[in-house]
Design a binder for this molecule. Structure first.
Ligand SMILES: NC(=O)c1ccc[n+]([C@@H]2O[C@H](COP(=O)([O-])OP(=O)(O)OC[C@H]3O[C@@H](n4cnc5c(N)ncnc54)[C@H](O)[C@@H]3O)[C@@H](O)[C@H]2O)c1
Length: 406
Protein backbone atom coordinates (compact mmCIF):
# COMPACT_ATOMS: atom_id res chain seq x y z
CA UNK A 1 0.00 0.00 0.00
CA UNK A 2 1.49 3.38 -0.88
CA UNK A 3 0.85 6.38 1.34
CA UNK A 4 1.56 10.08 0.92
CA UNK A 5 3.68 10.51 4.04
CA UNK A 6 3.59 13.68 6.08
CA UNK A 7 6.31 12.49 8.42
CA UNK A 8 9.42 10.42 7.79
CA UNK A 9 11.04 8.79 10.82
CA UNK A 10 14.54 7.42 10.32
CA UNK A 11 15.39 4.59 12.75
CA UNK A 12 12.64 2.21 13.93
CA UNK A 13 14.07 0.92 17.20
CA UNK A 14 13.07 1.28 20.84
CA UNK A 15 12.29 4.98 20.37
CA UNK A 16 11.66 5.43 16.64
CA UNK A 17 9.01 2.72 16.32
CA UNK A 18 6.79 3.77 19.26
CA UNK A 19 7.13 7.40 18.15
CA UNK A 20 6.18 6.54 14.56
CA UNK A 21 3.17 4.49 15.66
CA UNK A 22 2.00 7.20 18.04
CA UNK A 23 2.20 9.89 15.35
CA UNK A 24 0.46 7.56 12.87
CA UNK A 25 -2.38 6.84 15.28
CA UNK A 26 -2.93 10.57 15.76
CA UNK A 27 -3.98 10.60 12.10
CA UNK A 28 -0.70 11.68 10.46
CA UNK A 29 0.72 9.44 7.72
CA UNK A 30 4.16 8.18 8.66
CA UNK A 31 6.83 6.58 6.49
CA UNK A 32 9.25 4.80 8.83
CA UNK A 33 12.76 4.04 7.60
CA UNK A 34 15.19 1.43 8.87
CA UNK A 35 18.31 -0.07 7.33
CA UNK A 36 17.27 -3.49 8.62
CA UNK A 37 15.05 -5.37 6.12
CA UNK A 38 13.94 -7.65 8.97
CA UNK A 39 12.70 -4.65 10.98
CA UNK A 40 10.90 -3.23 7.93
CA UNK A 41 9.22 -6.58 7.06
CA UNK A 42 8.18 -7.20 10.66
CA UNK A 43 6.55 -3.78 10.98
CA UNK A 44 4.80 -3.99 7.61
CA UNK A 45 3.33 -7.31 8.80
CA UNK A 46 1.82 -5.33 11.72
CA UNK A 47 4.22 -6.94 14.18
CA UNK A 48 7.09 -5.70 16.34
CA UNK A 49 10.72 -6.75 16.80
CA UNK A 50 11.25 -5.37 20.32
CA UNK A 51 9.63 -5.95 23.71
CA UNK A 52 7.60 -2.98 24.92
CA UNK A 53 4.17 -3.22 26.59
CA UNK A 54 1.23 -2.04 24.39
CA UNK A 55 3.51 -1.38 21.40
CA UNK A 56 2.27 -4.45 19.48
CA UNK A 57 -1.34 -3.19 19.54
CA UNK A 58 -0.42 0.38 18.61
CA UNK A 59 1.77 -0.73 15.68
CA UNK A 60 -0.82 -3.27 14.43
CA UNK A 61 -3.48 -0.53 14.46
CA UNK A 62 -1.27 2.05 12.73
CA UNK A 63 -0.27 -0.40 9.98
CA UNK A 64 -3.74 -1.83 9.42
CA UNK A 65 -5.27 1.68 9.14
CA UNK A 66 -2.64 2.49 6.51
CA UNK A 67 -1.09 5.32 8.54
CA UNK A 68 2.29 3.62 9.11
CA UNK A 69 4.43 2.03 6.45
CA UNK A 70 8.05 0.96 6.81
CA UNK A 71 10.76 0.92 4.14
CA UNK A 72 14.53 0.91 3.82
CA UNK A 73 14.59 4.25 2.01
CA UNK A 74 13.03 7.64 2.88
CA UNK A 75 10.47 9.44 0.73
CA UNK A 76 9.57 13.12 0.45
CA UNK A 77 7.56 14.47 3.42
CA UNK A 78 7.05 17.68 5.42
CA UNK A 79 8.76 16.61 8.64
CA UNK A 80 11.79 14.36 9.13
CA UNK A 81 12.68 12.81 12.49
CA UNK A 82 16.13 11.28 13.03
CA UNK A 83 15.97 8.55 15.71
CA UNK A 84 19.04 6.45 14.96
CA UNK A 85 21.61 5.16 17.47
CA UNK A 86 24.35 7.41 18.85
CA UNK A 87 26.88 5.04 20.44
CA UNK A 88 30.42 5.90 21.41
CA UNK A 89 33.57 4.69 19.70
CA UNK A 90 36.24 2.59 21.43
CA UNK A 91 37.81 5.55 23.21
CA UNK A 92 34.48 6.89 24.54
CA UNK A 93 34.23 9.49 21.78
CA UNK A 94 30.67 10.07 20.55
CA UNK A 95 29.87 8.45 17.22
CA UNK A 96 27.41 10.61 15.28
CA UNK A 97 28.01 8.79 11.99
CA UNK A 98 24.50 7.22 12.12
CA UNK A 99 22.91 10.67 12.49
CA UNK A 100 25.04 11.86 9.59
CA UNK A 101 24.10 8.85 7.43
CA UNK A 102 20.40 9.37 8.20
CA UNK A 103 20.72 13.08 7.38
CA UNK A 104 22.58 12.33 4.13
CA UNK A 105 19.62 10.18 3.09
CA UNK A 106 17.16 12.98 3.78
CA UNK A 107 19.08 15.89 2.20
CA UNK A 108 18.04 15.25 -1.44
CA UNK A 109 14.37 15.14 -0.38
CA UNK A 110 14.25 18.40 1.57
CA UNK A 111 12.20 21.31 0.22
CA UNK A 112 11.36 24.80 1.41
CA UNK A 113 9.29 24.87 4.62
CA UNK A 114 10.29 21.37 5.78
CA UNK A 115 11.05 20.58 9.40
CA UNK A 116 14.12 18.46 10.30
CA UNK A 117 14.35 17.20 13.89
CA UNK A 118 17.02 15.15 15.63
CA UNK A 119 15.70 13.06 18.54
CA UNK A 120 18.83 10.89 18.89
CA UNK A 121 20.83 11.73 22.00
CA UNK A 122 23.63 13.88 20.62
CA UNK A 123 26.74 15.81 21.68
CA UNK A 124 26.31 19.57 22.02
CA UNK A 125 26.50 21.21 18.59
CA UNK A 126 25.28 18.20 16.55
CA UNK A 127 22.15 19.92 15.24
CA UNK A 128 24.25 22.89 14.06
CA UNK A 129 26.72 20.46 12.43
CA UNK A 130 23.89 18.76 10.55
CA UNK A 131 22.57 22.18 9.54
CA UNK A 132 25.98 22.98 8.01
CA UNK A 133 26.00 19.62 6.22
CA UNK A 134 22.53 20.26 4.81
CA UNK A 135 23.33 23.82 3.67
CA UNK A 136 26.66 22.78 2.17
CA UNK A 137 24.85 20.32 -0.08
CA UNK A 138 21.63 22.34 -0.52
CA UNK A 139 22.67 26.03 -0.15
CA UNK A 140 19.39 27.19 -1.71
CA UNK A 141 17.57 25.94 1.43
CA UNK A 142 19.45 28.29 3.79
CA UNK A 143 16.90 30.09 6.03
CA UNK A 144 14.12 28.24 4.18
CA UNK A 145 13.85 25.10 6.31
CA UNK A 146 13.43 24.55 10.05
CA UNK A 147 15.87 22.56 12.18
CA UNK A 148 15.43 21.51 15.80
CA UNK A 149 16.59 19.13 18.46
CA UNK A 150 14.08 17.35 20.70
CA UNK A 151 15.46 14.70 23.03
CA UNK A 152 13.52 11.66 24.15
CA UNK A 153 13.33 10.78 27.84
CA UNK A 154 10.98 7.80 28.02
CA UNK A 155 11.37 4.86 30.37
CA UNK A 156 11.59 1.49 28.60
CA UNK A 157 8.63 -0.56 29.80
CA UNK A 158 6.39 2.53 29.99
CA UNK A 159 7.16 4.10 26.63
CA UNK A 160 3.64 4.34 25.21
CA UNK A 161 2.40 6.33 28.21
CA UNK A 162 5.46 8.52 28.62
CA UNK A 163 5.74 9.43 24.92
CA UNK A 164 2.40 11.19 25.28
CA UNK A 165 2.55 12.49 28.85
CA UNK A 166 6.19 13.45 29.50
CA UNK A 167 7.21 17.08 29.20
CA UNK A 168 9.49 17.71 26.21
CA UNK A 169 12.35 20.13 25.73
CA UNK A 170 12.44 21.50 22.19
CA UNK A 171 15.30 23.60 20.86
CA UNK A 172 15.50 25.05 17.37
CA UNK A 173 18.56 26.51 15.65
CA UNK A 174 16.52 29.76 15.60
CA UNK A 175 13.22 30.98 17.01
CA UNK A 176 11.24 30.05 13.87
CA UNK A 177 12.54 26.48 14.07
CA UNK A 178 11.66 26.19 17.76
CA UNK A 179 8.10 27.36 17.10
CA UNK A 180 7.68 25.04 14.09
CA UNK A 181 8.88 22.05 16.15
CA UNK A 182 6.61 23.01 19.08
CA UNK A 183 3.63 23.04 16.72
CA UNK A 184 4.62 19.60 15.41
CA UNK A 185 4.87 17.93 18.84
CA UNK A 186 1.72 19.63 20.13
CA UNK A 187 -0.24 17.39 17.72
CA UNK A 188 0.43 14.23 19.76
CA UNK A 189 2.17 15.16 23.07
CA UNK A 190 0.03 16.04 26.09
CA UNK A 191 2.98 16.86 28.38
CA UNK A 192 4.19 20.45 28.52
CA UNK A 193 6.48 21.55 25.67
CA UNK A 194 9.41 23.69 26.82
CA UNK A 195 11.04 25.89 24.17
CA UNK A 196 14.79 26.57 24.18
CA UNK A 197 17.67 26.58 21.70
CA UNK A 198 19.25 23.50 20.09
CA UNK A 199 22.47 23.52 22.14
CA UNK A 200 20.60 23.76 25.46
CA UNK A 201 18.21 20.97 24.42
CA UNK A 202 21.18 18.75 23.46
CA UNK A 203 22.91 19.47 26.77
CA UNK A 204 19.66 18.99 28.69
CA UNK A 205 19.40 15.35 27.60
CA UNK A 206 23.06 14.69 28.47
CA UNK A 207 22.58 16.42 31.83
CA UNK A 208 19.53 14.32 32.74
CA UNK A 209 21.36 11.05 32.20
CA UNK A 210 24.61 12.26 33.77
CA UNK A 211 22.64 13.31 36.82
CA UNK A 212 21.17 9.78 37.09
CA UNK A 213 24.63 8.27 36.60
CA UNK A 214 26.15 10.41 39.37
CA UNK A 215 23.32 9.51 41.77
CA UNK A 216 23.64 5.80 41.02
CA UNK A 217 27.42 6.04 41.47
CA UNK A 218 26.80 7.48 44.94
CA UNK A 219 24.59 4.49 45.83
CA UNK A 220 27.12 2.06 44.34
CA UNK A 221 29.95 3.70 46.27
CA UNK A 222 27.92 3.29 49.47
CA UNK A 223 27.46 -0.42 48.66
CA UNK A 224 31.26 -0.89 48.51
CA UNK A 225 31.77 1.01 51.78
CA UNK A 226 28.97 -0.91 53.52
CA UNK A 227 30.32 -4.25 52.37
CA UNK A 228 33.67 -3.45 53.99
CA UNK A 229 32.03 -1.96 57.10
CA UNK A 230 29.67 -4.91 57.66
CA UNK A 231 26.55 -2.78 57.13
CA UNK A 232 23.49 -3.79 55.10
CA UNK A 233 23.40 -1.12 52.38
CA UNK A 234 19.69 -1.60 51.66
CA UNK A 235 18.86 -0.90 55.31
CA UNK A 236 21.20 2.06 55.30
CA UNK A 237 19.63 3.66 52.21
CA UNK A 238 16.10 3.02 53.52
CA UNK A 239 16.95 4.71 56.83
CA UNK A 240 18.88 7.64 55.32
CA UNK A 241 15.92 8.29 53.02
CA UNK A 242 13.73 8.89 56.08
CA UNK A 243 15.43 12.33 56.14
CA UNK A 244 12.93 14.72 54.49
CA UNK A 245 15.49 16.08 52.02
CA UNK A 246 17.53 12.94 51.24
CA UNK A 247 16.65 10.60 48.38
CA UNK A 248 19.43 8.09 47.72
CA UNK A 249 18.90 5.64 44.84
CA UNK A 250 19.31 1.86 45.17
CA UNK A 251 22.71 0.34 44.39
CA UNK A 252 22.98 -2.30 41.68
CA UNK A 253 25.51 -4.37 39.76
CA UNK A 254 26.57 -1.41 37.60
CA UNK A 255 24.96 0.85 35.05
CA UNK A 256 23.90 -0.29 31.60
CA UNK A 257 21.65 0.51 28.71
CA UNK A 258 21.88 2.74 25.73
CA UNK A 259 21.57 5.99 27.65
CA UNK A 260 22.93 6.38 31.18
CA UNK A 261 26.04 4.28 30.51
CA UNK A 262 26.74 6.17 27.29
CA UNK A 263 25.52 9.77 27.37
CA UNK A 264 27.84 11.12 30.10
CA UNK A 265 30.77 10.36 27.77
CA UNK A 266 29.28 12.88 25.34
CA UNK A 267 30.05 15.50 27.98
CA UNK A 268 33.40 14.15 29.22
CA UNK A 269 34.69 13.82 25.61
CA UNK A 270 34.07 17.49 24.85
CA UNK A 271 34.67 19.01 28.31
CA UNK A 272 37.32 16.78 29.95
CA UNK A 273 38.72 19.39 32.34
CA UNK A 274 35.34 20.57 33.57
CA UNK A 275 33.49 17.26 33.98
CA UNK A 276 35.39 15.62 36.87
CA UNK A 277 32.39 14.38 38.90
CA UNK A 278 30.68 13.06 35.77
CA UNK A 279 33.85 11.18 34.76
CA UNK A 280 34.30 9.75 38.28
CA UNK A 281 30.70 8.53 38.34
CA UNK A 282 31.30 6.66 35.08
CA UNK A 283 34.40 5.07 36.52
CA UNK A 284 32.67 4.07 39.82
CA UNK A 285 29.74 2.54 37.95
CA UNK A 286 32.07 0.75 35.53
CA UNK A 287 33.99 -0.74 38.45
CA UNK A 288 30.93 -2.26 40.14
CA UNK A 289 30.52 -5.28 37.78
CA UNK A 290 34.20 -6.23 38.32
CA UNK A 291 33.62 -6.03 42.05
CA UNK A 292 30.50 -8.23 41.79
CA UNK A 293 32.39 -10.81 39.70
CA UNK A 294 35.15 -10.89 42.33
CA UNK A 295 32.53 -11.46 45.05
CA UNK A 296 31.16 -14.44 43.09
CA UNK A 297 34.69 -15.81 42.73
CA UNK A 298 35.25 -15.53 46.50
CA UNK A 299 31.94 -17.27 47.22
CA UNK A 300 32.89 -20.06 44.79
CA UNK A 301 36.30 -20.60 46.44
CA UNK A 302 34.74 -20.60 49.92
CA UNK A 303 32.20 -23.20 48.78
CA UNK A 304 34.97 -25.39 47.34
CA UNK A 305 36.97 -25.21 50.58
CA UNK A 306 33.91 -26.08 52.65
CA UNK A 307 32.38 -28.82 50.48
CA UNK A 308 35.38 -30.20 48.59
CA UNK A 309 33.63 -29.79 45.21
CA UNK A 310 32.89 -27.08 42.70
CA UNK A 311 29.57 -25.30 43.24
CA UNK A 312 27.01 -24.82 40.50
CA UNK A 313 26.15 -21.16 39.98
CA UNK A 314 22.95 -19.45 38.85
CA UNK A 315 23.26 -16.01 37.27
CA UNK A 316 19.85 -14.37 37.66
CA UNK A 317 19.20 -11.70 35.04
CA UNK A 318 21.11 -10.30 32.06
CA UNK A 319 19.07 -7.24 31.10
CA UNK A 320 20.37 -3.80 32.06
CA UNK A 321 17.35 -3.17 34.28
CA UNK A 322 14.31 -5.02 35.61
CA UNK A 323 11.51 -6.42 33.45
CA UNK A 324 12.86 -5.62 30.00
CA UNK A 325 14.68 -7.64 27.32
CA UNK A 326 17.27 -4.94 26.53
CA UNK A 327 20.81 -6.28 27.06
CA UNK A 328 22.74 -3.31 25.65
CA UNK A 329 25.76 -2.26 27.72
CA UNK A 330 24.37 -4.48 30.47
CA UNK A 331 26.73 -4.88 33.46
CA UNK A 332 25.05 -8.25 34.16
CA UNK A 333 26.42 -9.57 30.84
CA UNK A 334 29.98 -8.56 31.86
CA UNK A 335 29.54 -10.30 35.20
CA UNK A 336 28.13 -13.46 33.56
CA UNK A 337 31.08 -13.53 31.12
CA UNK A 338 33.66 -13.13 33.90
CA UNK A 339 32.03 -15.73 36.13
CA UNK A 340 31.89 -18.15 33.17
CA UNK A 341 35.62 -17.56 32.45
CA UNK A 342 36.50 -18.12 36.11
CA UNK A 343 34.37 -21.12 36.86
CA UNK A 344 36.14 -23.86 34.88
CA UNK A 345 33.97 -26.99 34.73
CA UNK A 346 31.44 -25.80 37.30
CA UNK A 347 27.83 -25.93 36.11
CA UNK A 348 26.43 -22.51 35.28
CA UNK A 349 22.75 -21.67 34.89
CA UNK A 350 22.18 -18.38 33.17
CA UNK A 351 18.72 -16.91 33.50
CA UNK A 352 16.99 -14.09 31.65
CA UNK A 353 13.21 -14.54 31.72
CA UNK A 354 12.63 -11.76 29.16
CA UNK A 355 14.82 -13.28 26.44
CA UNK A 356 14.14 -16.60 24.63
CA UNK A 357 17.65 -17.28 23.42
CA UNK A 358 21.09 -15.71 23.47
CA UNK A 359 23.93 -16.10 20.98
CA UNK A 360 26.58 -16.71 23.67
CA UNK A 361 24.75 -18.02 26.74
CA UNK A 362 22.57 -21.11 27.02
CA UNK A 363 19.59 -19.82 29.00
CA UNK A 364 17.89 -21.79 31.78
CA UNK A 365 14.41 -21.39 33.24
CA UNK A 366 14.62 -19.41 36.48
CA UNK A 367 12.88 -22.00 38.66
CA UNK A 368 15.15 -24.77 37.40
CA UNK A 369 18.24 -22.62 38.04
CA UNK A 370 17.17 -21.83 41.61
CA UNK A 371 16.53 -25.50 42.25
CA UNK A 372 19.86 -26.75 40.84
CA UNK A 373 22.41 -24.08 41.79
CA UNK A 374 24.50 -23.99 44.95
CA UNK A 375 25.28 -20.28 44.58
CA UNK A 376 22.53 -17.93 43.38
CA UNK A 377 23.66 -14.54 42.11
CA UNK A 378 20.92 -11.94 41.66
CA UNK A 379 21.96 -9.26 39.21
CA UNK A 380 18.63 -7.82 38.01
CA UNK A 381 15.51 -7.30 40.16
CA UNK A 382 13.05 -8.88 37.71
CA UNK A 383 9.51 -9.39 39.06
CA UNK A 384 9.85 -13.18 38.64
CA UNK A 385 12.67 -13.20 41.20
CA UNK A 386 10.79 -11.34 43.93
CA UNK A 387 8.70 -14.20 45.26
CA UNK A 388 11.09 -17.14 44.93
CA UNK A 389 11.30 -19.68 47.70
CA UNK A 390 15.02 -20.26 48.09
CA UNK A 391 16.25 -23.15 50.22
CA UNK A 392 18.37 -21.97 53.17
CA UNK A 393 21.33 -24.21 52.26
CA UNK A 394 22.02 -22.08 49.15
CA UNK A 395 24.51 -19.22 49.06
CA UNK A 396 22.71 -16.09 47.85
CA UNK A 397 24.56 -13.06 46.51
CA UNK A 398 22.01 -10.30 45.95
CA UNK A 399 23.57 -7.35 44.12
CA UNK A 400 20.24 -5.72 43.21
CA UNK A 401 18.22 -5.94 46.44
CA UNK A 402 15.56 -8.22 44.92
CA UNK A 403 15.46 -10.52 47.96
CA UNK A 404 15.21 -7.66 50.47
CA UNK A 405 11.77 -7.53 52.09
CA UNK A 406 10.71 -3.89 52.02
N1 LIG B 1 16.09 3.36 24.17
C1 LIG B 1 15.84 4.35 25.01
O1 LIG B 1 15.29 4.15 26.08
C2 LIG B 1 16.21 5.78 24.66
C3 LIG B 1 15.71 6.81 25.46
C4 LIG B 1 15.99 8.12 25.12
C5 LIG B 1 16.82 8.39 24.03
N2 LIG B 1 17.31 7.36 23.27
C6 LIG B 1 18.13 7.71 22.12
O2 LIG B 1 17.35 7.52 20.94
C7 LIG B 1 18.21 7.13 19.88
C8 LIG B 1 17.71 5.82 19.29
O3 LIG B 1 17.77 4.83 20.30
P1 LIG B 1 17.01 3.46 20.20
O4 LIG B 1 17.05 2.87 21.56
O5 LIG B 1 15.68 3.63 19.54
O6 LIG B 1 18.00 2.66 19.22
P2 LIG B 1 17.74 1.24 18.50
O7 LIG B 1 19.07 0.65 18.29
O8 LIG B 1 16.69 0.48 19.24
O9 LIG B 1 17.11 1.64 17.11
C9 LIG B 1 17.78 2.32 16.14
C10 LIG B 1 17.32 1.81 14.78
O10 LIG B 1 17.93 2.64 13.80
C11 LIG B 1 18.27 1.82 12.69
N3 LIG B 1 19.29 2.54 11.92
C12 LIG B 1 20.60 2.70 12.14
N4 LIG B 1 21.17 3.50 11.21
C13 LIG B 1 20.17 3.84 10.36
C14 LIG B 1 20.11 4.65 9.20
N5 LIG B 1 21.18 5.29 8.72
N6 LIG B 1 18.92 4.75 8.55
C15 LIG B 1 17.82 4.13 9.04
N7 LIG B 1 17.81 3.35 10.14
C16 LIG B 1 18.98 3.22 10.79
C17 LIG B 1 18.72 0.51 13.31
O11 LIG B 1 18.64 -0.57 12.40
C18 LIG B 1 17.74 0.39 14.49
O12 LIG B 1 16.60 -0.39 14.16
C19 LIG B 1 19.62 7.03 20.47
O13 LIG B 1 20.30 8.23 20.26
C20 LIG B 1 19.36 6.85 21.95
O14 LIG B 1 20.44 7.30 22.71
C21 LIG B 1 17.01 6.07 23.55
Amino acid sequence: MSIQAKVVTVGLGYIGLPTSALIANSGIKVHGVDISQHVVDTINAGKIHIVEPELDKVVAEAVSRGFLKAATKPVGADTYLVVVPTPFKGDHQPDISYVQAATDGIIPLLKEGDLYIIESTSPVGTTEKMMELIFTKRPELKDKIYLAYCPERVLPGNVMYELVHNDRVIGGVNEGSTQKALAFYSQFVKGELHPTNARTAEMCKLTENSSRDVQIAFANELSLICDKAGINVWDLVRLANKHPRVNILQPGCGVGGHCIAVDPYFITADFPMESRIIAQARSTNNYKPFWCAEKVKTARLEFELKHGRQPSIAIMGLAFKPNIDDLRESPAIHIAERVLQDSGDAAMYIVEPNVHEHKIFKLTDYKEAIEKADIIVFLVAHNEFKTLDISTDKTVLDFCGVTIKK
